[in-house]
Write a protein of this length. Structure first.
Length: 85
């Protein structure tokens, strides 16, 4: 998952504008995991995906572009925030 976030952060910095594509990709992944019982069935995975994209976008602006963190660090922070592995 960190690799996906790292890719998007790099693309965002380059002006790629792939937010919709990323949200769709994350939604599809989460729905698949939801069907495998990793997430409750009453959660709208598109809302979760849009929230993740918003977090990625905000941290890119406030952390990466301000020189506070590298993209890999941001990606790992996001993964640690949401995953309990």
């Amino acid at each position: 998952m960190a690799a996906i976030f790292t890719y998007w952060i790099l693309d965002y910095v380059r002006g790629g504008g792939t937010e919709k594509q990323l949200a769709t990709q994350i939604t599809n992944n989460l729905v698949s995991e939801q069907q495998n019982k990793y997430f409750r069935s009453n959660i709208d995975m598109s809302i979760v995906a849009e929230s993740l994209v918003g977090i990625i976008e905000r941290l890119t602006v406030t952390q990466l572009l301000q020189g506070k963190k590298q993209r890999e660090e941001i990606a790992n922070e996001i993964v640690h925030l949401f995953c309990t592995v």
